[in-house]
Design a protein around this ligand. Structure first.
Ligand SMILES: Nc1ncnc2c1ncn2[C@@H]1O[C@H](COP(=O)(O)OP(=O)(O)OP(=O)(O)O)[C@@H](O)[C@H]1O
Ligand SMILES: O=P(O)(O)OC[C@H]1O[C@H](OP(=O)(O)OP(=O)(O)O)[C@H](O)[C@@H]1O
Ligand SMILES: O=C(O)c1cccnc1
Length: 478
């Protein structure tokens, strides 16, 4: 994706650049490091997250360079000539290992591992977090909606309510999570996703009366006529006028596709409208609903109130990931050359895991997700018999004999993307398949069952030994 000729090297936080300059002047530029990307809490108080944004990140990495005008700008911000020279030829040449886009993932497990020299890995931190945190947040929201909407179509209507240009990534992520189409034409073109649209109230208002507005639209768009029926009075004007136009279209050999309800009690109105359409012989005209919808409203409409709704248009709540402003994904250093690194915290849950790691997904006898285990990359997964709770090792699970999968694969190396490009719809199909392996108790909205992610004994002992070493060192330094 490219919005302009602006290169992306400056799409970073200032401190990444000041540290990068510091690494260069301390002659650390050849140190080989490893960073992990992971998040800590599932959004929406849910039981899982949908990992998204990888393809965009990989595309943007190729553009993560500095133009002459970027260099000039940095020179006005106090950066040294030697560092500016370094940036002139900069290109990320490290390696990325990642779980697949569309994978269902859980807190605290590495999702991306970045390896390379300390400067390149530091500089891409902000970009990586920006893209992966946001797209994963929106894809997760979309998938929660999809879990409830089922086979009914749902369109992303969010552009007008999105956080600026973030809508481009959000619309892509919405389709990864299960939206059938987007109203966002630029996102549709850039990512080759289905585009769709109905009409606004302004169309209806722009004619002398509602019937004329409906007739004119049907004439100009006979293949895609969806009439917005709530401008004046849904049941006394909108639906009766749509029925007149539906009959006229039939007589002309075309078809009224749907009506859209955008206010009022959507359950009551949809059931009444369904009856009226059916009584008029327009059983194939669908009913689409919109107006501040989310997974909870859709759930009560469909499951408690038997609403006669065939499809949904969803804007604000989908595209902004309401009620979760951000996914709390982080990027933490875990190794420099052969030395393992970790960060302490008062909160034991937040202590990072050192070393180069892989995530193993263990399956149960039905092929469903059973546990995830974080192991050291050098470990043979076949020789990991148990995984342990990262804080309370007395809680552990026998995983020997379970079918297993390694979740992270090499996706970027020597400046090249190593995985095939997939459309957001193809990524959704992968997500759907994975969702069938995720036990139902992790999908419920209220107090979902916590999916267990453990660590291998070797990783635990490496972490514990390093903890003791670093604590001693820092105590002695006091
Ligand atoms: N049957 C229903 N059950 C639960 N929630 C519903 C139902 N029908 C509509 N809603 C939701 O209730 C809210 C109604 O919004 P609001 O109170 O602003 O009324 P409105 O219909 O938009 O009124 P207006 O005519 O001013 O546009 C929306 O979020 C909508 O999705
Ligand atoms: O409610 P959301 O989930 O955010 O979905 C998007 C909303 O945007 C449109 O309304 P708007 O009033 O902006 O335009 P209109 O004149 O077409 O109704 C549309 O009719 C939806 O109600
Ligand atoms: O196509 C629509 O009906 C639409 C698109 C964006 C926002 N609201 C409605």
């Amino acid at each position: 994706m490219q919005l302009s000729d602006q290169k992306l090297g400056l799409y970073t936080d200032f401190y990444e650049l000041t540290m990068a300059q510091g690494y260069l002047s301390c002659h650390k530029q050849n140190q080989q490091v490893c960073f992990d990307y992971y998040y800590r809490t599932n959004p929406y108080k849910g039981g899982f997250t949908v990992f998204a944004g990888l393809q965009d990140l990989l595309d943007m990495l190729s553009d993560f360079t500095f133009s002459e005008s970027d260099i000039e700008y940095l020179s006005t911000q106090g950066f040294e000539p030697a560092f500016l020279d370094y940036l002139r030829g900069f290109r990320f040449k490290g390696r990325l290992f990642s779980v697949k886009e569309g994978e269902i993932v859980f807190p605290n497990e590495p999702l991306v591992r970045v390896e390379g020299n300390i400067i390149e890995c530091q500089l891409i931190e902000s970009l990586l977090l920006n893209i992966l945190n946001f797209e994963s947040l929106i894809a997760t929201k979309a998938f929660r909606i999809k879990l409830i909407a089922g086979e009914r179509l749902f369109a992303d209507f969010g552009l007008r309510r999105a956080q600026g240009l973030g809508s481009i990534h959000a619309s892509r992520a919405a389709v990864i999570g299960g939206a059938s189409s987007t109203s966002n034409v630029l996102a549709a073109k850039l990512f080759n996703i289905p585009v769709s649209g109905t009409m606004a109230h302004s169309w209806v208002q722009s004619f002398d009366n509602e019937l004329e507005a409906f007739r004119s639209y049907a004439k100009t768009h006979p293949d895609n006529t969806v009439l917005l029926v709530d401008t004046y009075d849904t049941l006394h004007s909108g639906v009766p006028n749509a029925i007149i136009v539906g009959h006229e279209m039939k007589a002309e050999g075309t078809r009224l596709k749907a009506i859209r309800l955008d206010s009022g009690d959507l359950a009551y109105l949809s059931k009444k409208a369904r009856k009226m359409l059916d009584a008029a012989g327009l059983n194939d005209v669908q009913i689409i609903a919109s107006n501040q919808l989310n997974e909870y409203v859709i759930k009560t409409l469909l499951r408690d109130q038997n609403a006669a709704i065939d499809g949904f248009g969803i804007g604000t709540e989908l595209i902004t990931g309401k009620d979760n402003a951000a996914l709390d994904g982080v990027y933490k250093l875990s190794a420099i050359d052969s030395e393992l690194k970790m960060k302490f915290s008062e909160n034991t849950e937040k202590i990072t895991l050192p070393g180069r790691k892989q995530v193993i997904r263990y399956l149960d006898e039905d092929g469903n997700f059973f546990r995830d285990g974080i192991i050291l990359e050098e470990e043979d997964p076949d020789k990991v018999p148990k995984i342990y709770h990262r804080v309370y090792p007395e809680k552990n699970t026998d995983v020997a004999g379970h079918q297993k999968e390694s979740l992270m694969e090499l996706v970027f190396s020597e400046g090249k993307v190593l995985i095939a490009r997939k459309s957001p719809q193809e990524i959704y199909r992968f997500l759907e398949q994975r969702s069938q392996q995720l036990p139902e108790e992790h999908k419920r909205f209220i107090s979902p069952h916590i999916y267990k992610v453990g660590i291998s004994e070797k990783l635990m002992s490496v972490r514990n030994a390093l903890t003791t070493k670093l604590k001693t060192l820092h105590r002695d330094n006091k």
